[in-house]
Design a protein around this ligand. Structure first.
Ligand SMILES: C[S@@+](CC[C@H](N)C(=O)[O-])C[C@H]1O[C@@H](n2cnc3c(N)ncnc32)[C@H](O)[C@@H]1O
Length: 386
């Protein structure tokens, strides 16, 4: 893929830009296989799942910069000045086409971009998600609620101009530090959920929930987990770090018979709320027969609550991995299968080394993030000694 922003050095975020995609994929596969060589046999690897090279991101996270009348959406340069990247080629078509209109909206209604150097202004980021049904969720991250009335007033105009805008919210991030968003989310539209059809399962997304950014590759990831677990038909499954429930909702229909019990656990209450809505819809359609539950909780302490131990566990932690405590519990528990999906092969390697009684019998790279060295790798572990 070629990118004019990269070639002119305006943006160097995609460090592999310009390298042939086949070579990128080979290098990522080699890197992951090398990092996991101590645990994962070369024969366990399935062929990597490739992505589209361009127009694969369902989400744009853009820094709002410049000044009223000349707003930029993109990144900041070394001096804190706004660099406009509204034509970035990574975004899905339905997302990229709408970015100029949203940038114009910021200008038209006179929202003040936040200026990092002077610590003045209001709007810090614009975060936009595009669904497979061609709907949009738009979030304005602001320093304070100062522009709330203005945004509410102009909301009907925004929705008239861009009818695909289904959910709009304002996130308040008052601190002067490099944090994308804050804790307070004000939903400005009647709708607060964006349905995301991922591989035939409709997940529900709230503004501040985590969601995989490459919908097509996420569908392959969830499908693989469902196939791996379906082949061993666990009676009960836990999905730890479940977010909006992607793995749990897919695994609830895995195997014959499918599991009787599926429990998803996640720290963020909004993720759990979204997962419950999606689960209720699946149940209403008769697609889930077992007991599918979601709970707010800490994955690392849940295992010490004395609950009945499941047959299989899915873990999909943040970059730091699951850590020695949870890894040690899984290793010494009677859990027979673990599916571990990771965005950091180094923490995955550490965690696998802490689970010697669980042997990797399958592994696969899912290229969620072409043009960068980021990766998602998933392994299937099977207990081989008590
Ligand atoms: C990589 S995301 C995975 C989300 C989900 N599995 C998916 O496919 O979209 C990691 C998730 O772990 C959650 N999380 C972080 N620490 C946690 C913890 N100690 N216990 C439970 N969830 C946690 C985050 O809020 C985030 O939603």
């Amino acid at each position: 893929m070629q990118c004019a922003y990269f070639d002119s050095a305006r943006c160097r975020s995609c460090t592999l830009m310009g390298e042939p995609y086949a070579a990128q994929l080979r290098a990522k596969q080699d890197r992951c296989a090398r990092a996991l060589a101590g645990s994962v046999a070369s024969t366990a690897w399935l062929p990597p799942v490739a992505s589209a090279e361009a127009h694969f991101r369902n989400k744009a996270k853009l820094v709002v910069g410049g000044r009223p009348g000349a707003v930029t959406i993109g990144i900041l340069d070394a001096t804190g000045g706004g660099v406009d990247l509204r034509e970035c080629g990574l975004y899905e078509a339905g997302l990229g086409e709408m970015l100029p209109l949203r940038a114009d909206f910021v200008d038209d209604v006179r929202l003040e971009p936040y200026d990092v150097a002077s610590r003045r202004g209001e709007i810090k980021h614009l975060i936009v998600t595009h669904s497979p049904d061609d709907e949009l969720m738009v979030r304005f991250v602001a320093r304070s609620r100062k522009h709330e009335t203005l945004l509410r007033k102009h909301l009907p105009a925004l929705q008239r101009e861009i009818p695909s805008v289904a959910v709009v919210s304002m996130n308040i991030q008052p601190e002067h530090k490099a944090v994308l968003e804050g804790d307070l989310e004000l939903v400005l539209t009647d709708r607060e959920l964006l349905p995301m059809d991922v591989g035939g399962v409709t997940l529900q997304l709230r503004p501040n929930s985590f969601f995989q950014t490459n919908t097509a590759v996420a569908a392959a990831l969830y499908r693989q987990a469902r196939d791996w677990l379906g082949a061993v038909s666990p009676r009960s499954v836990w999905d730890l770090y479940c977010g909006v429930g992607g793995f749990a909702l897919h695994c609830a229909t895995a195997g014959s018979p499918p599991p009787d019990e599926v429990l998803g656990v996640e720290l963020a209450p909004d993720g759990i709320e979204s997962a419950r809505v999606a689960a209720a819809s699946l149940a209403a359609l008769g697609q889930v027969t077992g007991n599918l539950r979601f709970e707010v909780g800490d994955a690392t302490t849940l295992v010490h609550r004395g609950l009945e131990v499941p047959d299989a566990v899915v873990v999909n932690p943040p970059r730091r991995g699951i850590g020695t405590d949870l890894a040690g519990w899984l290793d010494s528990s009677p859990v027979r299968h673990v599916v571990y999906s990771s965005c950091n092969v180094d923490s995955l390697a550490r965690d696998l080394a802490a689970m010697p009684r669980l042997r990797p019998v399958g592994a696969r790279l899912f290229d969620m993030f072409p043009q960068t060295t980021h990766h998602e790798v998933m392994v299937l572990l099977q207990r081989w000694s008590a």
